[in-house]
Write a protein of this length. Structure first.
Length: 164
């Protein structure tokens, strides 16, 4: 029975991520959604907030039977600590490929015991990213079709706080 880890910044989680989680959940007997503490881009939400928002969003989407964790440092160390066999990532357009390819090969060099597994995005989410959601939200746009309502509320609260 395989265990997988789905890592990311999740700043914040979107419906595209949730679709990947739902599909990965069917293939793996155990799934960890792992929120990186220090992403290379500076996050809007703290790691604690991203974990809480991710848990609430998955609960709202009716997805259970998985764990949301956070990690600092190398992904492969987190995967080892949780006895994972596979690393799950989503693939959208061509533009994702180079980065994902580099990351998968680096992770394999560092730790050959993990297999990277890619899920093609659902067509309706192929344009969607956390950055786009933040930008639309920042300018007062409606993000209700991109994220669950708990995420929408968290974005509103955060942006109001930043503006005050
Ligand atoms: O959602 P993102 O920002 O595309 O996710 C990238 C992430 C967090 C999976 C990746 O940057 C990561 O695992 N960082 C932790 C440090 C690490 O292990 N780097 C080596 C992999 S190339």
């Amino acid at each position: 029975m395989a265990t997988a880890i789905y890592p990311g910044s999740f700043d914040p989680i979107t419906n595209g991520h949730i679709d990947i989680v739902r599909r990965a959940r069917k293939l793996f007997s155990k799934l960890y959604v792992a929120v990186v503490a220090n992403p290379h881009k500076s996050p809007l939400f703290t790691v604690e907030e991203r974990v809480d928002i991710t848990k609430a969003a998955l609960a709202e989407a009716g997805i259970n039977g998985l764990e949301v964790i956070s990690y600092d440092g190398l992904l492969i160390e987190c995967a080892r600590d949780h006895a994972a066999n596979a690393i799950v990532r989503g693939l959208r357009a061509n533009s994702d490929f180079e980065y994902e390819f580099q990351m998968a090969l680096t992770n394999r060099d560092l730790a050959s015991e993990f297999e990277s597994v890619f899920f093609m995005t659902a067509k309706k989410y192929s344009f969607l990213s956390s950055s786009i959601v933040k930008e639309v939200s920042m300018y007062g746009g409606d993000v209700s079709t991109f994220v669950p309502s708990s995420v929408e509320q968290a974005l509103r609260r955060k942006l109001e706080k930043k503006a005050s």
